[in-house]
Design a protein around this ligand. Structure first.
Ligand code: ZN
Length: 72
């Protein structure tokens, strides 16, 4: 599997805790001390400290640095 701790703008991730809208999937818009995430369900943007992000991360759905984009 992929090694944790490396995230890039454009990656799509799934969090353990769902957003109030019910969505759990997010797209990373900015990385750094804080991560900016866009909820893929409702389109809302949030800012979350990196440590919180890493704790709440369930899995990476798609990474911009992965070649197998043919995931169904
Ligand atoms: Zn949402």
């Amino acid at each position: 599997m992929k090694q944790p701790g490396k995230f890039f703008v454009g990656d799509q991730v799934r969090m353990k805790k769902p957003h109030p809208c019910g969505g759990t999937d997010w797209e990373i818009l900015r990385v750094g001390m804080d991560f900016r995430l866009k909820c893929l369900t409702c389109g809302r943007l949030i800012l979350i400290p990196r440590i919180k992000f890493e704790k709440g991360l369930k899995k990476v759905i798609s990474s911009v640095f992965t070649d197998n984009s043919a995931e169904v």
